[in-house]
Design a protein around this ligand. Structure first.
Ligand code: ASP
Length: 338
């Protein structure tokens, strides 16, 4: 029988109204089958592991990514797939981080959550949970159909490291602006096989270290020297530079000098666009050719969530700065197009 491990970290999905007080309290996922009777009709053996304490995902931290990766490693042989219940706020960060941590992943790791608590009548939690379980259980010739870290939300399956939280109000909370969806749930569950990573043959292992010593500099017209210096002169090892359009910034000398100096001082600067769709193309305009010449790294079409987690991961990978720069510009696990 197919075995799925459900890992419950917290978030809106796990809330129910207390019958006596009417207050929202955490739902007991250990009792999941009793509370969501539809699950009994699924033909899988399900186990639940709950975080203690459960957390709102705004409190997620690389330490918890490590806990998740270790849990998956400990249970990797025993289970066919993993469903992680997670708050939607930082779900894309966790999915991106896990995509780098879980090496040679041959089994589905599906993150899901909901916009309304599982106890609400109009909840989106049940559909999200049930379909996430189905996806985690789907195999073809004994092999997982989706051997990737994904987010399933509102009928769509996204590659985790391509996803962004896009909407705070609609059930359609996530989008994948620069990569097609991997599957769609309608009357049928349709997988788009050519978009899905192949099943690796090398053995699975995890890499759990992160170095969060990075900074973020988002440019805007009128940005001051003081604000730029607060990041470029800080002790961070690397900076995610969020630029205009295809990677552009002001050409004011004080600005480009501040970046060049940071690079001379050994900082790695990665350029990603404030536009959600499309890619950075350093050197396309005069306003980015200076950046290219001074050694700014192109983040191409990576999401902010992925640029941040990938940098933290590479900074802790025990490789040289030259290798980090090189790895930032290539796809490790389908996170960028170049
Ligand atoms: N604040 C919640 C969280 O991310 C929202 C949600 O679950 O969707 O944990």
């Amino acid at each position: 029988m197919t075995k799925i491990l459900i890992i419950y970290t917290g978030g809106t999905i796990g809330m129910v109204n207390d019958a006596k007080t009417g207050v929202l309290i955490p739902f007991d996922f250990e009792q999941i089958k009793a509370n969501v009777p539809e699950l009994a009709r699924l033909d899988y053996e399900m186990s639940v592991h709950s975080f203690n304490p459960i957390i709102d995902s705004s409190n997620m931290h690389p330490n918890q990514w490590k806990v998740l990766a270790e849990l998956i490693k400990e249970n990797y042989e025993e289970f066919d797939g993993f469903v992680i219940l997670h708050g939607s706020d930082t779900m894309s960060f966790t999915a991106s981080a896990l995509s780098f941590m879980l090496k040679n992943l041959a089994k589905p790791v599906i993150l899901t959550g909901s916009q309304l608590p599982i106890g609400e009548i109009r909840t989106d939690a049940k559909e999200n949970l049930i379909t996430a379980l189905e996806i985690a259980a789907t195999k073809n010739n004994g092999k997982a159909v989706v051997p990737e870290v994904c987010i399933y939300f509102d009928n769509q399956l996204f590659r985790g490291n391509r996803s962004i939280k896009y909407n705070t109000e609609k059930f359609e909370a996530f989008r994948s602006p620069n990569y097609p969806i991997l599957a769609e749930a309608g009357v049928l569950l349709t997988f788009f096989h050519k978009e899905i990573l192949p099943v690796p043959t090398a053995p699975f292992y995890i890499q759990t270290e992160f170095d969060a010593n990075i900074g973020v500099l988002k440019v805007y017209p009128g940005i001051t020297e003081e604000v730029v210096a607060a990041v470029t002169k800080s002790r961070v090892r690397a900076i995610v530079l969020e630029t205009f359009g295809s990677g552009n910034t002001t050409t004011d000398e004080w600005f480009t000098d501040a970046l060049a100096q940071a690079i001379d001082n050994g900082k790695i600067i990665v350029d990603i666009s404030q536009c959600k769709r499309g890619s950075v193309q350093l050197g396309m305009y005069e306003t980015s050719s200076k950046l290219k010449k001074m050694g700014v790294v192109s983040g191409y079409d990576m999401t902010f969530e992925t640029a941040v987690t990938k940098l933290m991961y590479l900074l802790a990978a025990g490789i040289s700065d030259a290798e980090i720069r090189q790895q930032m510009e290539v796809s490790i696990v389908g996170e960028l197009t170049h």
